[in-house]
Design a protein around this ligand. Sequence first.
Ligand code: NAD
Ligand code: UGA
Length: 443
Amino acid sequence: MNLSVIGAGYVGLVAAACFAEMGHDVICVDNDAEKIKALQAGKIPIHEEFLEEIVKKQHRVHLDFSTSILQAVRESDAVFIAVGTPPSENGEADLSYVEAVSREIARAIKLYPERYRVIVEKSTVPVDTNQSIRRVLLREGVAPECFDVASNPEFLREGTAVHDFLYPDRIVIGCDCSAAEATLRAIYRPLTDNVQGIWGAARLLVTSTKSAELIKHASNAFLAMKISFINAIADLCEKVGANVTEVSEGIGADSRIGCLFLNPGIGYGGSCFPKDVKALRAVAHSCGYEFGLLDEVMKINDARVKKFVDKVRSYLWNLPGKRIAVLGLAFKGGTDDTRDSQAIAIIQQLIHKGCKVIGYDPAAMPKLQAVNFPIEYAANAYEAAANADAVLVLTEWKEFETLDLDRLRAAINKPIPVVIDGRNLFNPVVMEAKGFEYASIGR
Ligand code: NAD
Ligand code: UGA
């Protein structure tokens, strides 16, 4: 099928590349001309496993890039909106990018009304946004029989985005009419019907458009709740002398609960959980329901940064002048994304308290250097750790789990090297045996 994806960010670019890989002809549009120029030149603006390979393979075969929504919509059976929906000051999702794109799509359909098109919400939006998009198109004069608006929320995670897209736990399509459902079913057939014998048979759930919108917000809020829950349990473990790793394993072994997303640490970050919990809270408030459970989820998460900084202080005594090595700057492992990273929030507090911070991250440094984020950057974890008063582990990168601990100890170059692990990546028994003074979360 002919598809366009509007927005070439973490979701749009991955979706466009994967749709192309599935055999569709895709135009990926962004209004950031520099980004489109870079993509046309074969440069991938984000760090995401397998993305570069797929984009290179599909570019000018099934995938093209453009700054023109008009050109893209003209040739498309379905138009996916994948622009940002950041939080506004009162916590509601800011839908101005979605509205701007909807208006441009409307103009394009008016100019080329000859085929039926489905406008698909891929961005995470509050329930009932489909009606607002529909209204924009109708008010711009698009004939109702020319289009439908459907919801197809995206559940990929950064760092494993391509895999998540092509091997999803479920595909949710929210449609209020059979024509839109048929189009979306056809688009996802390669993933649901194992057509090419590659992608298995993903479960496809068809719901109303409103339910699909709500499924997305509720899923993110539920996952955030799991993380806050285990973080609260971790705090309790520290108080009573229990071990949160054991507790988490014991809870997660119950198949009704599940073991994933029960890793305690410095809290959830990123461009989605924080904003989506707030947005769902705002949706509930606007409906007259005060969703206090979500307030608590956010409260627990917000307190993680200060708690961790307090922990650092309890090990180092006075903070001013201390040399702190930070391993991990991204909001999670596997990505260069530092939006709402808890690591960045912790570093900002440490700098504010007079520490000197030397950071290392396998992927996130170029973007931080480009905005002059004021730390010293090291070429690797050992260089960062050199002569540090404490090494902090703030992102769950796989490569940190396999650090050479003897080399790390030698780099720190102190009789008793201090490591404070905000992600519980290391085994306390091993760390002690290697001569570290080691602290982690809830153990
Ligand atoms: P992003 O900021 O990485 O990308 C958004 C892109 O849209 C940018 O490149 C921007 O230039 C472009 N854009 C904005 N206005 C435009 C316009 N008028 N015309 C064309 N392009 C325009 O954002 P993202 O992380 O990809 O998230 C996009 C949406 O997907 C959000 O609603 C987010 O909540 C949701 N989502 C994100 C993830 C994730 O892991 N990042 C996962 C699932 C869902
Ligand atoms: C999350 C969801 O997992 C995706 O399903 C969803 O599509 C996406 O948000 C979105 O809507 O944008 P993502 O933010 O990429 O994906 O990353 P996660 O793996 O969910 O991690 C989010 C944060 O929680 C990270 O800071 C991570 O370190 C933290 N986390 C995660 C924990 O602290 N403990 C855990 O057990 C899991």
